[in-house]
Write a protein that binds this ligand. Sequence first.
Ligand code: DGY
Length: 327
Amino acid sequence: MNKPRILMARAVFPEIIERLQTVAEVEANQEDVLFTKAELVAKLQGKQGVFTTGTDRIDAEVLAACPELRICANMAVGYNNFDIPAMTAAGVVATNAPDVLTETTADLGFALMMATARRMAESEHYLRAGLWNRWSYDMFAGSDIHGATLGILGMGRIGQAIARRGALGFGMKVIYHNRSRLSVELEAECKARYVSKDHLLAQADHLMLVLPYSAASHHAIGAAELAQMKPTATLVNIARGGIVDDAALAVALKNRTIAAAGLDVFEGEPMVHPGLLDVPNVVLTPHIGSATMPTRLAMAGLAADNLLAFFSGQPLLTPLNPDPRTP
Ligand code: DGY
C-alpha cells in the first residue's frame, strides 16, 4: 500500500520529521519558507496530511483546492488559523496541541505581568543608554504584585495555572470572568472568585487576558473597556492578537489612563502597531508564550502523534471536530 503523504508547513525539530517518516512520505520545509496561500495549496496537492503552526491558515478556499487532504495537525493550542466548520463540512480532521504548553505559557504570562508592573524593560533601556547616574526615591517606582488583585479574563487551563501562581505564590486576590463559571471545586483550588466583566475591569490591579480568539472575542478590550480600568492598572495579553484593540491601547498607554501593558501577541503580528512602539510603558515580546525547548518539542510531538494515530487507524489524541473515520 502507498504511504500517505504529509506536508510540514513550517520548519520543525528533525526528530519529529523522522518519526513521521516511519508511516508517511514527508515533505519538509526546513528552510522555513513562509508559503503564500497559493504556494500552500500547490504544496498540498497529493498530500493527505499537513503539520501546521498558528501562522498557516486552512480555510474553505484551501480545502476546496486540496481534495485529498484528510487531516490538519496544529502545533498550537489556539486554532483560529483553522476554519473548523469548513473542515468538518469537507470531512477533514483538525487537531491542536493543548495541555503540554499550559504551565510554560502561564510562566510567561506571570513574567510579563511582573516585568510590566515593575517597569523592567523601561528601566533596562535607561540603564543601557547610560542614563543611570544617581538614585532617586521614585525612580522606576511601579506597582506591587504580592497582595494585589489579579483579574483574569478567560479561565481555561492557562488562566487557572496563572490563578494558582497568583493566589498560592504571591498572595494575590484572584477574580475572573469567563463564558462559563468554573465548578465550585476548581474555584476553590484556584482561589478564584467569579465576577462580571465590568467588575473585573474596574477592580483588577493587573488584568491578564487568556481567552481564545473568535469573532465574539474580537476587541474584547477596546477604548470603552480600557476606560473602565484603574489608572494604576496593568494589562497583559498572552492570548491572541485582535482580542485587544491595539490602537486604542496605544492611546490609553500614551495618555496614562492605564499604567502599563505587557504584550506577547498583536493584531496583524509580526507587525506591531507603531503607537505601541512609541510609548515607554509597555513590555513587548514576540509571541513566545510557549517558547521553551521542552514545551515546543512536546507541542510538535503531540501534533505528530495525531498524524501518526490518524494514519495508523488509531483514535486521535486531541481532535477539534468529528473524525469521519468513526462510524
Ligand atoms: C498556541 O499554542 O496557541 C501558542 O500561541 C503558540 O505559541
